[in-house]
Design a protein around this ligand. Structure first.
Ligand code: AMP
Ligand code: GLY
Length: 398
């Protein structure tokens, strides 16, 4: 379920599984349509999804985005007896409410940014609920704080104030079966719209993997205690648990938990995973990840997001896109994020339009190949960062 680049990457990987008989997507997108059958049911339409899953007699449902998870679509599917990879609404609150996430982290003894009683710069303001990556304002000055308080009010009254942390950010994922957590390779995401990490936050403008950190150790101190705490509260987490971390001088601190795979991190992870993803997700959904490992190749992967005109403030629709075949032919993987078909013609349909992933023996090779492919794609108003995976700090992996 879902229609973004993350879902295209998951579908692409699932389609390679020996155990796969049919792949269906709701609603999918024109890229996913190349590896499976798309059905016009929105990922937020719980009833429609349940009816579709029943009609298709699916053996496993995989839910990509957070909105249906927080709304309880996984609960509905499981109640109907459908094996589902994705947390219940109760467990998805780890993403759906920043306040709940803090409470769980404190109870589990997981290091996170301190919550402050008063908004005073420097600090970070966070809307309590879901806000598509736009409900967070980093305030270094009083002017930024004043503007931030006004901006954040759009997402409701409940605002969490946090200490501002400095360091490198990294995304660490684990596939969970309610009790066990199996780590995936780490990835780094580039959140700001502009080169050099400037401008407003977005859903993510690029990613790369691997990152030179010890994920096993991080999953031990971060994911596993949270998993145990959620299980103790009667909300076992089944799905992808995503910790957004800041690696500070005092050690790792959780900035946020998400209840799903990251986008665009997933696009950099899927080409590196060397195991059968379908088997792993089915094992998680069935509550039995004992013995599952998510081995990855030594190759590096780099993903560049191509956004439309006006992103992140606006979406773009109906602009014709060319060059995808050439980009594919160059060896890159072009995952569709916000596209639609107008008759035979592929057009823009969203904020992030395409994500372009390439692999290589080194990060530099992967980066060169990804950017070469981006140059072959063209549509009016397209914008992408030129500095994804450029070496700097942690980014100097190899
Ligand atoms: P979140 O949705 O909570 O991950 O926040 C979005 C982005 O805001 C993060 O990826 C960071 O770049 C930034 N951010 C969030 N919390 C903090 C914090 N406590 N200190 C510094 N930056 C933060
Ligand atoms: N890449 C950020 C996210 O998926 O939330």
């Amino acid at each position: 379920m879902g229609s973004g680049g993350r879902e295209h990457a998951l579908a692409w990987k699932l389609a390679q599984s020996d155990g796969l008989t049919e792949l269906h997507a709701a609603p999918g997108n024109p890229g996913i349509a190349n590896v499976g059958a798309c059905h016009p049911v929105r990922a937020e339409d719980g009833e429609g999804l349940l009816a579709l899953a029943r009609a298709l007699d699916v053996d496993l449902a995989v839910i990509g985005p957070e909105v249906p998870l927080v709304a309880g679509v996984a609960d509905e599917l499981r109640h109907a007896g459908i094996a589902t990879f994705g947390p219940s609404a109760a467990a998805a609150r780890i993403e759906g409410s920043k306040r709940f996430a803090k409470e769980v982290m404190h109870a589990a003894g997981v290091p996170t940014a301190e919550t402050l009683a008063v908004a005073r710069p420097p600090c970070v303001l966070k809307a309590d609920g879901l806000a598509a990556g736009k409900g967070v304002v980093v305030c270094r000055t009083q002017e930024e704080l004043d503007a931030g308080l006004r901006a954040i009010a759009a997402y409701g009254d409940d605002v969490v104030i946090e200490e501002l942390l400095e360091g490198e950010e990294v995304s660490v994922f684990a596939i969970c079966d309610g009790a066990r957590a199996v780590p995936l390779p780490a990835a780094q995401d580039f959140k700001r719209i502009g080169d050099g990490d400037t401008g407003p936050n977005t859903g993510g403008m690029g990613s790369y993997s691997p990152v030179a950190i010890d994920v096993d150790e991080l999953v031990d101190v971060i994911h596993r205690p949270v998993l145990a705490e959620l299980a103790e509260r009667g909300a076992p987490f089944v799905g992808a648990l995503y910790a957004g971390l800041m690696l500070t001088e005092e050690g790792p601190r959780v900035l946020e938990f998400n209840c799903r795979f990251g986008d665009p991190e997933t696009q950099s992870l899927m080409p590196r995973i060397e195991v059968d993803l379908l088997e792993a997700l089915a094992a998680a959904a069935g509550g039995d990840l004992a013995g599952t490992q998510l081995g990855a190749s030594d190759d590096a992967a780099v993903t560049v997001v191509i956004a439309g005109r006006g992103y992140p403030a606006e979406n773009d629709t109906g602009t014709p896109i060319t060059g995808i075949e050439a980009a594919d032919a160059s060896g890159a993987l072009v995952f569709h994020a916000g596209t639609a078909l107008q008759g035979e013609r592929l057009v823009t349909n969203g904020g992030r339009i395409l994500t372009v992933t390439a692999t290589g023996q080194t990060l530099a090779d992967a980066r060169t190949a990804a950017y070469r492919a981006c140059e072959l794609i063209s549509f009016e108003g397209m914008q992408y960062r030129r500095d994804i995976a450029l070496e700097r700090g942690l980014r100097a992996v190899r």
